[in-house]
Design a protein around this ligand. Structure first.
Ligand SMILES: Cc1ncc(C[n+]2csc(CCOP(=O)(O)OP(=O)(O)O)c2C)c(N)n1
Ligand SMILES: [Mg+2]
Length: 323
C-alpha cells in the first residue's frame, strides 16, 4: 500500500495477507466504483457547503463500499428511499417510529444488521447509501436542514443509523445487546458495528468488548477505520491505543488486521467464521484519493476552506476525480 500520512507504527507483523480469490473481479470492480463514488460525492458536497468530514471519506471509502457493496447480507430496498422529515423522538407505546435502519432493508433472522457508531461519519454513510441505491440521489440536498433527518452528526433517525449517537463509543454496547437477543432467538444473521479508532480511547468500548466475549457473541463483528487520527490530531500524540490487535485479542476476540484500502483483504476477513466475536481492524490513510488534504496535517478531522486559493485547489482536485 502507499505511504500513510500518520503511520508511525508498523502493522505489517499483524496484517494477514488475504487470498483475493474469495471475491471475483466483477465484485471488486463494482466495489471500487462505489468507493470512488463515495469520495467524489463527499468532495462535491464539501465544496458546495464550504466544509465537511472529508478525511473520513478518504479513509473509509473502501471499507463502506465493501460492506454495502456485498459483504453485508442486507435486505433489499425496492427503490432508493426519500429521507423522511424528523417526526420527534421515539415514545413508549408508539410503534410507527422509523429509525434509519429502514435504509438497510427489512430486518430478518438471516439478514445482517449494521450499526454505525461514529456519528460524524454520517456524510460518508449517506454517500455510500446513495452509491448503492438505498438513499435517493438528491438525499444530500436535505443535509443539515432544519427538520431533516439527514443530519451532519447522524442520529437514530438518520439514514443508515439506528442507535443513540453523538457521544462516541456507545453503539458497541447497544449492538452487543442486539447480538445477544439474536443469539437467544437462534437467528443466523450477523450483527456488525462500524467504528472509528478514536472510540478505542473510550472506556465504554472496552467494557463492551469484554461483555461480548463473556456472552460468546460469535456473530458480532466490528469493523474499524484505524486512520490513526482523531479530532485533536494523530492518535499517537492524543492518546495512543496500540498495540490495538493484541489488546482486543486479550479481551477474548478474534482479530484480523488488514489494509483498509484493499477490498480483497476486507472481503476475505469478513468471511471468516469464528467461534468468538471478530474484529476487523482496517488500517487506512486519512488522505487516500485526495493527496492535497495532507497539506492540512496533522489536523484533518474537519475540512473548512480558509481562503479562495485553498478552495480552488480542491475544485481542481474534484475535476481530476471526475475525469
Ligand atoms: C464521548 C465523546 N467524547 C468526545 C467526543 C468529541 N469528538 C468528536 S469527534 C472526536 C474524534 C474521535 O476520533 P475519530 O472518530 O477516530 O476521529 P477521525 O478519525 O474522524 O478524525 C471526538 C473526540 C464525542 N463526540 N463523544
Ligand atoms: Mg480516527
Amino acid at each position: 500500500m502507499g505511504a500513510c500520512l500518520f503511520r508511525s507504527i508498523s502493522y505489517a507483523a499483524e496484517r494477514q495477507l488475504m487470498n483475493s480469490a474469495v471475491a471475483d473481479n466483477a465484485d471488486l470492480q463494482r466495489m471500487e466504483t462505489i468507493a470512488h463514488g463515495i469520495r467524489k460525492r463527499v468532495l462535491s458536497h464539501v465544496l458546495s457547503n464550504n466544509g465537511g468530514y472529508m478525511s473520513q471519506a478518504c479513509s473509509a471509502a473502501e471499507l463502506l463500499a465493501a460492506l454495502y457493496g456485498g459483504v453485508l447480507k442486507l435486505g433489499p430496498v425496492e427503490s432508493p428511499i426519500d429521507p423522511p422529515q424528523f417526526m420527534g423522538v421515539p415514545k413508549i407505546g408508539e410503534h410507527t417510529y422509523q429509525t434509519g435502519a429502514q435504509f438497510h432493508g427489512p430486518k430478518g433472522a438471516n439478514f445482517d444488521r449494521l450499526i454505525v457508531s461514529p456519528a460524524h461519519y454520517a456524510l460518508v454513510v449517506y454517500a455510500a447509501l446513495i452509491e448503492t441505491g438505498r438513499l435517493r440521489e438528491d438525499g444530500l440536498e436535505y443535509f443539515n436542514r432544519d427538520g431533516s433527518t439527514v443530519e451532519m452528526i447522524g442520529a437514530e433517525h438518520s439514514p443508515g443509523f439506528e442507535t443513540t449517537t453523538g457521544s462516541l463509543a456507545q453503539a458497541l454496547s447497544q449492538a452487543g445487546g442486539i447480538a445477544l437477543a439474536r443469539k437467544l432467538r437462534g437467528e443466523e444473521g450477523r450483527t456488525w458495528v462500524f467504528m472509528s479508532d478514536g472510540e478505542f480511547q473510550e472506556g465504554q468500548t472496552w467494557e463492551a468488548l469484554s461483555a461480548a466475549s463473556f456472552h460468546n457473541l460469535s456473530s458480532l463483528r466490528i469493523i474499524v477505520d484505524v486512520n490513526q487520527a482523531q479530532c485533536d490530531g494523530p492518535m499517537e500524540t492524543v492518546m495512543a491505543i496500540e498495540p490495538l490487535a493484541e489488546r482486543v485479542r486479550s479481551f477474548g476476540w478474534d482479530v484480523s488486521v488488514v489494509d483498509g484500502h484493499s477490498l480483497s483483504e476486507i472481503i476475505a476477513a469478513s468471511q471468516s467464521d469464528t467461534a468468538k466475536p471478530h474484529a476487523i481492524l482496517c488500517y487506512t490513510d486519512p488522505v487516500r484519493g485526495l493527496p492535497i488534504l495532507a497539506e492540512r496535517a496533522p489536523t484533518l478531522h474537519y475540512l473548512r476552506f480558509t481562503s479562495t486559493a485553498e478552495r480552488a485547489k480542491y475544485e481542481d482536485a474534484y475535476k481530476e476525480m471526475v475525469q
